[in-house]
Design a protein around this ligand. Structure first.
Ligand SMILES: [Zn+2]
Ligand SMILES: [Zn+2]
Ligand SMILES: [Zn+2]
Length: 456
């Protein structure tokens, strides 16, 4: 099923009955209710406002600010992610057999299609994350020096690791100097997020560990990567991060996304409070304010002047773009849309669209894996606990793909039922899946229902 835009009359009558039944609710809550009553409708807050009469009570909804209107969203639905082509990515050298395609369908941005036939078992490309994040299950290995903080490789046992620790905090360990310098460069463990150098990030790091807040880890690492390049005067690299984050990766405000959840009206207040607190931790670690947090500000300035003399202060635009609450929510939304569970954010992988019957497999294979030499070939066997892979992903063909076919992965567990997949995809990724499997299963369900009725 796809989104439909209700006519003015339809929306008018729905808004009227919503208002009659809920005389004191604010517009945001009513809009959430409308989305529950009419899940297929694409209605923006702006349009909805034209049809709804104000509440009779003086209080408005908890998050009744207008939705983010940054960027190019002329579309009617705030949930449609903003996305673009990545000029930094040389796809023809990473994956010569595929190309990017922009789909001119509402809600569907870019995707990848095959240039030639691809066979089962074929390796299409391999890629390391540009922002590495780790599943909280791995934290015990990371803190007990058993795993590289950058590439997530388990150090060989039983020999004690010859790993390279961080020079300043000794809390993280790396396979070698190469992984260490990558961690500094990418923000996995750069100066800003190393408690041995920037004391003000301590609270944020322990929050991430305690709350298993992987999404927040991702947001912090993106900002830290940008800020380090910017402060060191590596302008070109800072601009590249900026372009990728705000112009290329699909993103949508986390608040807009979560307003899709059925329970949103009941949790909105708590969620907003949680986000405010987390946002403050990020500010304290990466940009404390002199007015609101003078102690942290002083300590952060000392850290900065130890790094480099005369770093220019952030401009108003830089403050707004990277450190405002709205930007924080957009970064959080970006992580939610693009993060691959096994390793973080990948520049090319994030181009892949969803299908409930995907034709690709994304694998974290061991370092010694080599691609098959004859095709078609068997898919690599499932991993055992002892053969953990790294966070370099390998994209492997699962079903024969013909030229022009779109390459797809599944964003959700394929074992879920149609309805479960549907709710997850709408709430987490903002679309109703209309793939062949969903259509087929819906027909089957309707048929079974009909039969049951006939029996009774
Ligand atoms: Zn460190
Ligand atoms: Zn490593
Ligand atoms: Zn589907």
């Amino acid at each position: 099923m796809t989104n439909t835009t209700p006519t003015d009359e339809e929306l008018q009558s729905a808004a009227q009955s919503l208002r009659e039944n809920n005389p004191s609710l604010g517009i945001t809550k009513l809009l959430s209710q409308l989305k529950i009553d009419h899940p297929e409708w694409a209605v923006s807050e702006k349009r909805f406002k034209k049809f709804i009469t104000p509440s009779t009570s003086s209080t408005t909804g908890t998050s009744n600010k207008s939705q983010s209107s940054k960027g190019n969203s002329s579309a009617d639905d705030g949930l449609i992610a903003k996305t673009g082509i990545d000029p930094l990515l040389d796809i023809s050298s990473i994956a010569p057999k595929i190309k990017v395609k922009m789909f001119n369908v509402q809600g569907k941005g870019k995707g990848l299609v095959a240039k030639e036939k691809l066979q089962v078992g074929e390796l299409v490309w391999q890629e390391e994350p540009w922002i590495a994040t780790n599943d909280s299950d791995l934290t015990p290995y990371l803190t007990s020096r058993e795993m590289c903080s950058q590439c997530l490789t388990l150090f060989p046992l039983p020999n004690p690791p010859l790993s390279v620790p961080c020079k300043y905090c000794a809390e993280v360990h790396f396979c070698n100097r190469r992984c260490y310098s990558k961690a500094v460069d990418q923000g996995t463990h750069n100066d800003y997020l190393c408690a041995g150098q920037n004391r003000e990030c301590k609270a944020l790091l322990s929050f991430i560990n305690q709350k298993k807040a992987r999404d927040i880890q991702g947001v912090a690492r993106i900002i830290a990567q940008w800020r380090r390049y910017r402060d060191l005067g590596e302008t070109k690299k800072a601009e590249e991060v900026e372009k990728r984050v705000w112009g290329v990766m699909a993103r949508v405000s986390q608040r807009v996304k979560e307003a899709e959840r059925r329970e949103w009206p009941y949790i909105a207040q708590d969620r907003l409070e949680e986000w405010r607190l987390t946002h403050l931790l990020i500010l304290r670690a990466l940009n404390p304010s002199n007015e609101e947090d003078p102690e942290s500000y002083k300590s952060f300035q000392r850290f900065l002047s130890n790094k480099k003399k005369n770093i220019p202060p952030l401009s108003k635009e830089e403050e707004e773009r990277w450190f405002s609450f709205d930007s924080f929510l957009e970064l959080l939304g970006l992580i939610g849309l693009n993060q691959e569970s096994s390793g973080g954010l990948y520049a090319l992988h994030s181009h892949l669209n969803h299908n409930c019957e995907p034709n690709l497999q994304v694998r974290n294979l061991p370092k010694n894996w080599t691609p098959p030499t004859t095709l078609p070939a068997d898919l690599p066997p499932p991993m055992t606990a002892a053969t953990r892979g790294t966070n370099k992903i390998s994209i492997i063909i699962k079903k024969t793909i013909h030229p022009g076919d779109e390459l797809t992965i599944s964003y959700v567990d394929q074992r879920l039922s149609r309805v479960e997949r549907r709710v997850k995809l709408r709430e987490q990724y903002g679309f109703w899946c209309g793939c062949n499997r969903c259509t087929r299963e819906k027909k089957e369900e309707e048929l079974a229902e009909k039969k049951e009725k006939e029996i009774n």
